[in-house]
Design a protein around this ligand. Structure first.
Ligand code: C2E
Ligand code: MG
Ligand code: MG
Length: 640
């Protein structure tokens, strides 16, 4: 409340009124007692002085009252402000998500906030009057608390991670700051601790660490963790002069399941495989998923290949039972590569690499088996690397050649087509057959360039033969299975046809059975698009892969080429005879042309003719040769 003008006016009027009354009254009284004018004047003067003193006294009292009033209101205001500040602090104190705990200088808890109650689970009453050691978890030793007190003593504060115990008994981590508070005289009066519950952060940190080291699908260690464990195992093995073995496991034809039944089923199968492997290998083994359909097992304390072989055999066995996945009964086999430390490798990287080479060997040997690493495999691997870099150079230096092998109509013996087969005219090694470099080109990705070049050469050559009047029905070009499902193949073929001007009906593309069966949907679309260009499609090496008759029926192919492996046994080998007979019957019933490769003897040609095989190719008709050496007139007679 402030002193207003009205108050001041009222005080002045009151003072004036009192003055008038005083002066009138005293004047009246004095004039009644004193008749004599000088005496009266004398007393009136005295009265004047008295009034002056009374007035001064009044003013002094009023001023003192005014000052005390003003001073009182200021301290009231201060008190009010302090109260407001305290209230705000209390709200903040209570609303903050950090737990706050205040103790007196002896360490007795005098104040806590709501967050502390929520974090610890204790009520305010259960905490007040007790000491903070009531939250001790036993996680830290006495040295830890000594260090905290020392820091508080030396610098007045401490900050760090501390593990406490909730009322429920659960131990949790908190990030805590403690500060010593001094009073106005500089004496220690309180300690204030502010803390945050960091258990959620810790959990996400460990979750993150788990994700970095584990495969999220199977929850098995991933390549990173597996390599790390292998390195550690080798160090231990070296120290104890013991051994370790590594099994590299790859599922056979997993892609077919993934492509035909979808990735969900594929994922569930991978999970199932992971589970079975964990079942075979208990504790003491590290089973990991290295990626895709590749798993690995680290076997510690195993120094002989025989021990590892027995475990690899168990892996093959455990895969034999069907996997029941979403109403499907799935069967899958595996191939295993084995590498042993220290006999096969001296470090983790070598051990992994060698197990991979052994796996490659197991796959090449027909899958569903295991193979041990041998030094020859490294020699092969080194050779592959050398050939790959050499091949790059060969492409630039135009060292590749296209040879043509004649294809004859078995009924008329007439040469009616050719197959383009690539060769490498190596400056030192001479003429290198494709079997030695095509697989390497496929692994390094160079195959796309090679096939493109061969296709272009073959189309140009066919155009030249056409203009020279050679009567040929087709030129066949091999397309790698790696390239077949890729969209750029369509662009390549259509560009080459447009550039060379070759009639598409004269071009035949040969694809292997696995290329069209493995990735059914992609391959099927590609085949329809290529067919739409007007060319012909043939399935090469038929009988060596996995064919589904249902799928074969849907493929827009015009020809099946019986693999030379089946022709070789004709006409004596009963199995080969049965297979060849079946393939010819199948082709005829599906309206496809049938073509036998690898005919080396006249008996084979005769036998095939008797089975009503349409076309024949082989050394008996003619070897692959440069375009200039082809003999168009050659028509070796075959009698029925
Ligand atoms: P393919 O397509 O099945 O070719 C037939 C292979 O059988 C050729 O081997 C040919 O020389 C061989 N051959 C033909 N007649 C006989 C015979 O009477 N007896 C025997 N023992 N063999 C015979 P080549 O030229 O060594 O080719 C091997 C494979 O390499 C080819 O098998 C084909 O898959 C692949 N290839 C060849 N050229 C290319 C190419 O330009 N691109 C791609 N991607 N692959 C190619
Ligand atoms: Mg071929
Ligand atoms: Mg073939």
């Amino acid at each position: 409340m402030s002193v207003s003008y009205r108050d001041a006016l009222r005080a002045a009027l009151l003072y004036g009124l009192v003055s008038v009354i005083w002066l009138q009254l005293t004047d009246h009284l004095l004039s009644r007692y004193f008749d004599e004018p000088t005496q009266l004047a004398h007393w009136q003067l005295i009265n004047g002085y008295v009034w002056m003193f009374v007035s001064a006294a009044l003013i002094f009292v009023a001023r003192a009252r005014l000052l005390s009033f003003l001073g009182g209101s200021a301290s009231l205001k201060r008190q009010r402000q302090d109260r407001e500040r305290l209230r705000q602090a209390e709200v903040v104190f209570d609303c903050t998500r950090e737990g706050v705990l205040v103790t007196d200088r002896k360490g007795v808890i005098v104040h806590v906030n709501r967050a502390l109650v929520e974090i610890t689970g204790y009520t305010v009453e259960e905490v007040l009057g007790r000491r903070p050691n009531m939250f001790k978890s036993g996680h830290h030793g006495p040295e830890f608390y000594q260090a905290v007190f020392k820091s508080l003593k030396d610098s007045g504060d401490w900050q760090g991670e501390i593990w406490n115990r909730r009322k429920s008994g659960e131990i949790y981590p908190q990030w805590q700051t403690v500060r010593a508070i001094n009073d106005s005289k500089g004496q220690l009066s309180h300690y204030v601790a502010v803390f945050t519950d960091i258990s959620a952060i810790k959990q996400s940190q460990s979750e993150l660490a788990r994700l970095v080291h584990h495969d999220p699908l199977t929850d098995l260690p991933n390549r990173l963790l597996f390599t790390d464990r292998t390195e550690q195992a080798l160090v231990t093995a070296q120290r104890h002069t013991s051994g370790c073995a590594l099994l590299m496991i790859d599922l056979d034809h997993f892609k077919i399941i993934n492509d035909s039944l979808g990735h969900n089923v594929g994922d569930l199968l991978l999970k199932g495989v992971g589970g079975r492997l964990q079942g075979v290998f208990g504790k003491g083994f590290t089973v990991a998923r290295l990626g895709g359909d590749e798993f690995a097992v680290l076997i510690e304390n195993c120094s002989t290949a025989r021990q590892a072989e027995a475990l690899a055999q168990q892996v093959l066995e455990v895969m034999k039972a069907a996997f029941d996945i979403e109403k499907h009964q799935l069967f899958i086999s595996a191939s295993v590569g084995i590498s042993v430390f220290p006999s096969d490798a001296l470090n983790a990287e070598q051990l992994l690499r060698n197990a991979d080479s052994a796996l490659f060997k197991a796959k090449s040997a027909g899958r569903e088996g295991y193979a041990l690493y041998t030094e020859e495999l490294t020699a092969h691997a080194l050779n592959r690397i050398e050939v790959a870099s050499d091949l790059r150079r060969a492409l630039e230096q135009h060292e590749l050649r296209v040879y043509y092998q004649p294809v004859h109509d078995l009924n008329t013996s007439r040469l009616i087509g050719v197959e383009a087969l690539v060769r490498w005219q190596h400056p030192l090694r001479g003429l290198v057959p494709p079997g030695e470099f095509i697989p390497i080109a496929e692994r390094t990705g160079l195959i796309a360039e090679i096939d493109a070049w061969v296709l272009e050469q073959a189309c140009w050559q066919m155009c030249q033969w056409q203009s020279a009047g050679v009567d040929l029905s087709f030129v066949a070009v091999n397309i790698s299975s790696r390239l077949f499902a890729r969209p750029e193949l369509y662009t390549l073929v259509s560009t080459v046809l447009a550039d060379t001007g070759l009639d598409p009906a004269l071009l035949e593309l040969e694809v292997t059975e696995s290329a069209v069966m493995d990735d059914s949907q992609g391959a099927l679309e590609q085949m329809y698009r290529l067919r739409a260009l007007g060319l012909r499609l043939a399935i090469d090496d038929f009988g060596t892969g996995f064919s589904s008759l249902l799928r074969l029926k849907r493929l827009p192919v015009q020809k099946l080429k019986i693999d030379q492996g089946f022709v070789a046994g004709l006409p004596e080998d009963n199995d080969d005879v049965a297979i060849v007979r079946a393939v010819i019957a199948l082709s005829q019933s599906m309206g496809l042309q049938v073509h036998a490769e690898g005919i080396e003897q006249v008996e084979q040609a005769q036998f095939l003719l008797n089975l009503n095989c349409d076309l024949g190719q082989g050394y008996w008709f003619g070897r692959p040769m440069p375009a200039s050496e082809l003999d168009w007139q050659r028509a070796p007679a075959i009698s029925r």
